[in-house]
Design a protein. Structure first.
Length: 499
């Protein structure tokens, strides 16, 4: 997902409204902001589509529709073929939106009511239907307009946000415009970058509308975009006389019968991330395969929690869950890991067992050594006792709730993975690609996280850096191998390049 924006912060709709109000209070008339928005959209359209056969602007009633009318008027001034498809009658438009409509009329824009307009057969579509204030599903007529836009197959420029997308959560309650380019105004909205946002926004090209930098001091957002350049300095350079004992010992616990590969992938990722020593506690039948694949890993076969217990005196931290399964053996492994008091990275079936409450009750999670949880949406739903749909309806609320319930740093995986900790700040990962939708990717991530914590990073910093490294490694691998055939182990060689 290509993003053109300098600020790392992401905003809710209400926060953007506050910035808009602060800019107006600071001396920029509201109509001037609308004209700037329309002009920014027009200039981006002409940059990407220099000679469109036709510009069809779908306009709603509010400020988003007004931005569209301004864009249409500017196109008419340039003698470009343009039409505005109107979803709200002129007599119902008020304020700046009505002024923008009058501007379009003055410039001779052909304005057609949606009910009378044929679907465009060529050119470029501009989506100015619904802005960032949408909550719930679009009304029937707007839904029909969105469906028409998508059915044309034409390229779409969305003004501020694709209509139908929730600006705060990235959820879609009904239909949503599928845009090739989105031009967010004033600031990036957090819903553009997680949930359905990455799938429907296309490229993001922010236009701040020349709002003074001091205006942004009026709002304190609680969400940030995570970038590799900003986070890599968390790893200090190694001293010339460093030895393996300085960089921790990661033990991966997992690999129930038939699932030894998951534990191996996590262990290899931990080693490639820079852990001083890496060991695996797994079913005995997996030991030979692990040693054959990666002899640097110390592999131990254990058949019970009793056999595991004495081995836990050696590691710096434990990664529990890759290939763990949900058998009595699995529960014994997790029980001993929690009993050890060591820092834990918990993934996969460790989370599912935890959610069932048999190993330790929820009340017991409040006081413990640092934990880092890495659920995907279904696992998050089990941890919270809700549905996966409810998690996806507000991923920000879900990741905060898990962090609070388990007193842990949490990575909620998926498009636009979210990273949360007890301090309340949430990070959004904007790197990564659809090729990561394959088995074992989470195992590699848990190993990366273990390797970072072993080297001295706290759980939250490890979560932020680890999630980004994982996504960036996938992007590098996809450049060389393509997305469709991407395997989890393909990421591991790229970890060294990034680190």
């Amino acid at each position: 997902m290509k993003i053109t924006a300098s600020s790392p912060f992401l905003y809710t709709a209400s926060e953007v409204y506050a910035l808009d109000a602060a800019a107006i209070a600071g001396g920029i008339p509201s109509i001037q902001l609308m004209k700037r928005a329309g002009r920014a959209g027009f200039e981006l359209l002409i940059e990407r589509f220099p000679a469109p056969e036709l510009i069809s602007v779908y306009c709603g009633a509010g400020k988003n529709g007004g931005d569209g009318y301004v864009l249409a008027a500017l196109a008419a001034q340039r003698k470009l073929p343009v039409q505005a498809i109107q979803l709200t009658a002129a007599e119902k438009l008020t304020g700046e939106a009505r002024q923008a409509y009058d501007f379009a009329v003055q410039e001779g824009v052909n304005i057609l009511p949606f009910a009378q307009a044929a679907a465009p057969a060529s050119g470029v579509i501009v989506d100015a239907l619904l802005g960032i204030g949408l909550r719930g599903a679009p009304t029937a007529e707007f839904a029909a307009a969105i469906a028409q836009i998508n059915q044309t197959g034409l390229p779409v420029l969305a003004l501020d946000i694709p209509s139908g997308l929730n600006a705060d959560t990235g959820a879609v309650a009904g239909v949503v415009v599928q845009a090739q380019i989105t031009i967010p105004y004033i600031a990036l909205k957090r819903g553009l970058l997680t949930g359905r946002g990455p799938a429907v926004c296309g490229e993001l090209d922010l236009a701040n509308l020349d709002i003074p930098a001091v205006t942004y001091n009026e709002v304190s957002p609680s969400v940030e975009r995570l970038t590799l350049d900003a986070l890599l300095p968390l790893l200090a350079p190694r001293a010339a006389d460093a030895h393996k004992g300085d960089f921790g010992h990661v033990m991966v616990i997992g690999g129930d019968t038939g699932y030894g590969g998951a534990a191996l992938m996590a262990a290899e990722a931990a080693a490639r991330t820079g852990a001083g020593k890496v060991s695996v506690a797994t079913r005995p039948e997996h030991v030979s395969a692990i040693l054959a694949r990666r002899p640097e890993i110390m592999a131990c076969g254990v058949v019970s929690g009793q056999e595991l217990e004495p081995l836990l005196a050696r590691p710096t931290l434990l990664v529990v869950g890759p290939g763990l399964g949900r058998t009595p053996w699995s529960e014994q492994m997790l029980q001993q890991a929690i009993k050890s008091g060591l820092p834990l990275v918990l993934d996969a079936d460790a989370l599912n067992i935890l959610a069932e409450g048999r190993v330790v009750p929820v009340a017991g999670h409040q006081q413990h050594s640092p934990w880092l949880l890495t659920p995907h949406p279904a696992e998050a739903a089990r941890l919270l006792g809700i549905t996966t749909a409810e998690v996806q309806a507000d991923r920000f609320a879900a990741v905060r709730a898990i962090s609070a319930r388990y007193n842990a740093s949490v990575i909620l995986k998926g498009a636009g993975s979210l990273v949360a900790s007890a301090d309340g700040l949430i990070g959004v990962v904007t790197d990564g690609n659809p090729g990561m939708a394959s088995g074992g990717m989470g195992d590699v991530l848990s190993g990366i996280l273990g390797g970072l914590v072993a080297q001295g990073l706290n759980a939250h910093d490890a979560a932020r850096l680890g999630a980004v490294i994982h996504a960036c490694a996938a992007d590098l691998a996809a450049e060389d191998l393509g997305q469709r055939s991407l395997l989890a182990t393909d990421l591991i060689p790229y970890l060294g390049q990034l680190l």
